[in-house]
Design a protein around this ligand. Sequence first.
Ligand SMILES: NC(=O)C1=CN([C@@H]2O[C@H](COP(=O)(O)OP(=O)(O)OC[C@H]3O[C@@H](n4cnc5c(N)ncnc54)[C@H](OP(=O)(O)O)[C@@H]3O)[C@@H](O)[C@H]2O)[C@@H](O)CC1
Ligand SMILES: Nc1ncnc2c1ncn2[C@@H]1O[C@H](COP(=O)(O)OP(=O)(O)O)[C@@H](O)[C@H]1O
Ligand SMILES: [Mg+2]
Length: 294
Amino acid sequence: MSDAAATPVFELPRMPRRAADGHKGTYGQVLAVAGSRGMAGAAVLVGRGALRAGAGLVRVACPAEVQPTVAAGHPCYMTVPLRQHVDGTLGAGVAAELIELGRAANAIAIGPGLGQADDAAALVKAVLRELPRTPTVVDADGLNALAPLGDDFRDRPMPLVLTPHPGEFARLAGVATHDAVARRAELAVGFAWKTGAVVLVKGPGTVVTDGRRVYRNTTGNPGMATGGSGDVLTGVVAALLARGLSPFDAAVLGAWVHGRAGDIAAAAIGQTGLTAADLPDYLSAAFRELEARW
Ligand SMILES: NC(=O)C1=CN([C@@H]2O[C@H](COP(=O)(O)OP(=O)(O)OC[C@H]3O[C@@H](n4cnc5c(N)ncnc54)[C@H](OP(=O)(O)O)[C@@H]3O)[C@@H](O)[C@H]2O)[C@@H](O)CC1
Ligand SMILES: Nc1ncnc2c1ncn2[C@@H]1O[C@H](COP(=O)(O)OP(=O)(O)O)[C@@H](O)[C@H]1O
Ligand SMILES: [Mg+2]
């Protein structure tokens, strides 16, 4: 299928106004499942992204070994230490516990820094299968767990949001990486159509599609080509899902506001010294621009 078959979207979804009488339960609870030995930072970045995108409550579930490090990454999210394998990764043995935590959440972010062990992949699949109505964004090793993806989740009542970079998209869709770059929009539309997921393929001019509609993002800059930038986006999309945006709208607005934060950060401190850990702090300014439209 060509991307010409999908309707281009130019208008941004509205960021919902915060009700005067709202409380933290009103603005959505996010469960992030992320991190492993050596990749505690991925879990921190997802959690910070979700907080700065307005989630009322954020819980970061991670292997027990990295939990103190993750907890030290921000005082405002809670952390849940989970039993880990000897190599410091999570596995299907904690699926029941995670699914219980997931039932209490309005949205789940799963994948960054989980590693590529077979049992981590089994855990990801169990969570996605057992919570079919929970809005969920899958990134990084969560995507590797599903690759190659067919129509397994085609009939999921709540469509998944998948956020691959072109390398991950190539694995997921079973295409060559150079095609995932050169024919990104066309392949993403066809893949979204086939899988029933909302697909956000990252990079300059990030493409978001549900197979029927396609949005090409206009924000962002090469300063964001630095480890962990995508992990922040995962947290942002989860917060927007928890706030009640549809999967497509959460992906579109998430891509825009994440890129805008990168642009404001680059204007303030330049592209060269920009790190992913700076991005959440500049999300506030990016969201303030959206609040100005209220
Ligand atoms: N602080 C932490 O804890 C951090 C932890 N992190 C965690 O690390 C884990 C591994 O994630 P990952 O993305 O680094 O590895 P992987 O999936 O093998 O991708 C690399 C392959 O994809 C390709 N490729 C990528 N982008 C492309 C593009 N735009 N266009 C084209 N190609 C592109 C790339 O191509 P190449 O660079 O060779 O040209 C290469 O082949 C994961 O769990 C993540 O969450 C990180 O988030 C960092 C911070
Ligand atoms: N040259 C660029 N222009 C605009 N955005 C970029 C550029 N390079 C990277 N990005 C953005 O940075 C993020 C990188 O995500 P990802 O590749 O998953 O990184 P990581 O896994 O290290 O967190 C994506 O949102 C991508 O769109
Ligand atoms: Mg990534």
